[in-house]
Design a protein around this ligand. Sequence first.
Ligand SMILES: Cc1ncc(COP(=O)(O)O)c(C=O)c1O
Length: 364
Amino acid sequence: MSKTIPTRPGISNITPYVAGESKLGGKTQVIKLSSNEGAFGPSPKALEALAAAAKDVNLYPDAGSNALRAAIGEHFGLDPDRIVCGAGSDEIISLLCFAYAGPGDEVLYSEHGFLMYPISAHAAGATPVKAPESNLTTDVDAVLSCVTDNTRIVFIANPNNPTGTYLSAKEMKRLRDGLPQNVLLVIDAAYAEFVDQDDYNAGMDLVDAGQNTVMTRTFSKLFALGGLRVGWGYCPTEIADTLNRVRGPFNVSSAGQTAAIASLADQEFQDMSRQHTQDWRTKTEVALQALGLKTTNSVANFVLVEFKDAATAEGCDAYLRENGILVRRMNGYGLPSCLRISIGTGEQMETCLATIRLFLEDTL
Ligand SMILES: Cc1ncc(COP(=O)(O)O)c(C=O)c1O
């Protein structure tokens, strides 16, 4: 009899990530509002660039994502040498855990934070630790009170997925100032482009201010390139150097690099998509509130809606599915009475809202 091969510590503690579904048995047409992927598909300019680049996919990609880093640097006003690209920001999150946390170390995140933080912490052999939230929002004092001598990394998604809430720039600075200098703060700004609040910024100033803060970003949300897996981190020089040592040499595909560069250049698409998202997240929250449901004033490209209990949320999800609509259950995030609804096209949102209304009328 062969023996099982032992894994590194922590791997068996991982609850595998459950992605948003895209198919429903028996339905040919599905409205997919389960993964925050953008309402309109990618920019037409990205699609054009992708088609033109297809004939070269026999060639390995640019190992340093040089043209992409230069384009990101120009678009956001950042030093390209301190940008590291990854196969989605998920890869940057996991590389940071591998590089900076291991057995005996703690990785801190907020109670309803993005699930890739505990998964990546476990994979690195470290211990994930949850700090309580207040009103489904990161609580800076609670995070600070969970810091121990073993804390190595603090991950804060800002805005957070799945709650849609955010920390102001002032609060984020208070968090940085309160953390020990040797603790890495990772500000995950995957949804930064959708925020229109004056007191928010994505955290680049905190990266520039020291040696211990990283900001991560993605092409999967506003730029709607989730299937190509392109993300990046903006880092202090030493951390960029570390990530470049541990990442795979060809970690971002040539298709991903090409499409991301073309999307960055399509400002019109970005503005249109941002405006649509902001308009529809407000309309959606107002409509849900009118049905007596609670929402969180999301600043991202999704809405979190709370039902009176878990059974009602589950019933509503089942009813939406029967009607060809996929949203996201929130049990894995410890929010079983909530559903997360991504902002889709106007027509999709109208259909989803009408279906929720019918469900509530039927269950009353
Ligand atoms: C908060 C947050 N961070 C990071 C990611 C990962 O994005 P990607 O790996 O597609 O760049 C997501 C994806 O949903 C997210 O919600």
